[in-house]
Design a protein around this ligand. Structure first.
Ligand SMILES: [Zn+2]
Length: 143
């Protein structure tokens, strides 16, 4: 994902993404050094689930949960064509939101955000038909 979009996520959800690598804190987690590792097409989906989780975290903080034990994103990336959204200190409610987002990602083109489906010989990415044909062309030119 482009850095601009990543920063939008980090700024909108500072609690969820508090392990981000540019924080420079002792708390930083190496898994987010990679950033949000997927195509920009999933940005709206990831923003949506992140904001929902952030709201839950804010609620937990308000009722006195210890800050270091609040849910936090460990890694967000594409795996086998679907979204993998891994959190620490998760709750059942957050798990449900994450599973829903991961399911939805498998019908959204990771490049442009249109309706997509798992493509490629190993279901390696979720793309719409036009991004897939662009992909095919690029691959053929590379050979
Ligand atoms: Zn597409």
């Amino acid at each position: 994902m482009t850095r601009d979009l990543e920063l939008q996520l980090f700024e909108r959800c500072p609690m969820l993404y508090r392990y981000r690598s540019d924080e420079g804190s002792a708390n930083q987690h190496y898994m987010l050094d990679l950033g949000i590792n997927c195509g920009d097409g999933w940005f709206p989906l990831i923003l949506d689930v992140s904001v929902k989780i952030e709201t839950l975290i804010e609620g937990m903080k308000q009722v006195g949960h210890q800050e270091s034990l609040l849910p936090v994103a460990l890694w967000v990336k594409e795996k086998y064509g679907g979204l993998l959204f891994d959190t620490d200190n998760s709750t059942d409610e957050i798990d449900r939101l994450v599973i829903l987002a991961e399911d939805r990602s498998m019908a959204i083109c990771a490049v442009c955000g249109d309706a997509g489906k798992l493509q490629g010989p190993y279901w390696s990415s979720c793309l719409c038909d036009s991004c897939q044909s662009l992909n095919d062309k690029t691959n053929r030119q590379g050979k």
